[in-house]
Design a binder for this molecule. Structure first.
Ligand code: NAP
Length: 259
């Protein structure tokens, strides 16, 4: 079966920012394939939320850090939905242990880099090859890849250096893919969130409440998953047709140097 609607695969689409993205794409008319790793309940809840809005969604478990799981995820997409129009590389983790740069170990480093950079790169590689074939066979009218990075791509936190390095890598990965895929008409974008209210930031909520009150970003509020969802939906709609490799900051203006 080939889905009549365009299909978007959102990694880590089950909760947090990924859920915000999945809901926004569901509203845009995408059939959303919601990937998750361990929490099936959240994935099913997101699927129901999309269906309640009149949209369509499926769920698929896969650990994006594991090569065979990434293969299974794309196989599931093609076997059950028949096409892939948009990949959103959203899933990511904070370091299992926050450790100073002079103390962190290879286990912490490998876990973060494999999940946040290696997994998304090889998933994008396989998805890009699929999209090129689909475009040649006129199965999809257009393809697109969107990578979710972070302000940590350039803002230094010495107690989670591996996270910063992984997100800086996602940024370069976006530029590389944008150049390589331009000839195939597949734009590649980076969405760069600031501090967003999700499970990932729950442990540091009080710290950021204070920083935001004190002017951490010009817009003095927490980002919401829906803020990121809207940015992704804009890109997915094709509203930036003469742009690729573009970075969309969704950070309340944090990236602006000001005084
Ligand atoms: P979150 O609330 O912790 O949610 C993480 C999502 O990723 C969950 O759906 C989780 O699935 C999934 N996931 C984690 N590891 C996975 C794996 N190995 N394979 C497949 N799925 C996996 O995180 P979030 O705050 O929404 O962050 C989403 C993305 O935005 C991340 O890339 C993060 O680095 C980035 N970001 C977040 C912030 C922020 O302030 N929150 C800021 C900048 C950038 P399960 O529930 O099944 O585990």
């Amino acid at each position: 079966m080939v889905s009549k609607q365009p299909v978007a695969l959102v990694t880590g689409g089950s909760r947090g920012i990924g859920r915000g993205i999945a809901l926004a794409l569901g509203q845009e008319g995408y059939t959303v394939l919601i990937n998750y790793n361990s929490n099936v309940g959240s994935a099913v809840q997101t699927k129901h939320m999309i269906e309640q809005m009149g949209g369509q969604a499926e769920t698929c478990q896969a650990d994006i850090a594991a090569g065979p799981d990434r293969e299974l995820l794309l196989d599931y997409c093609m076997e059950n939905l028949g096409r892939l129009d948009l990949l959103v590389n959203n899933a990511g983790i904070a370091p299992p242990k926050r450790m100073d740069l002079l103390e962190t170990d290879e286990k912490n480093y490998d876990k973060v880099m494999t999940t946040n950079l290696k997994g998304p790169f090889f998933l994008a590689q396989r998805a890009a090859n699929l999209m090129i074939q689909e475009l040649q066979n006129k199965i999809i009218p257009s393809g697109c890849i969107i990578n979710v990075s972070s302000i940590s791509a350039y803002a230094v936190s010495v107690n989670r250096g591996e996270y910063c390095m992984s997100k800086a890598g996602v940024s370069m990965m976006t530029s590389l893919l944008a150049v390589r895929l331009a000839e195939h008409g597949i734009p590649v974008y980076e969405v760069r969130p600031g501090v967003v209210d999700t499970d990932m930031t729950a442990a540091v909520k009080e710290k950021y409440d204070k920083l935001i009150r004190e002017g951490f970003s010009p817009i003095r509020r927490w980002g919401k998953p829906a803020d990121v969802g809207k940015a992704v939906a804009m890109l997915a709609r094709g509203d930036l047709p003469f742009s690729t490799g573009e970075v969309i900051n969704v950070d309340g203006g944090f990236h602006i140097r000001y005084f």
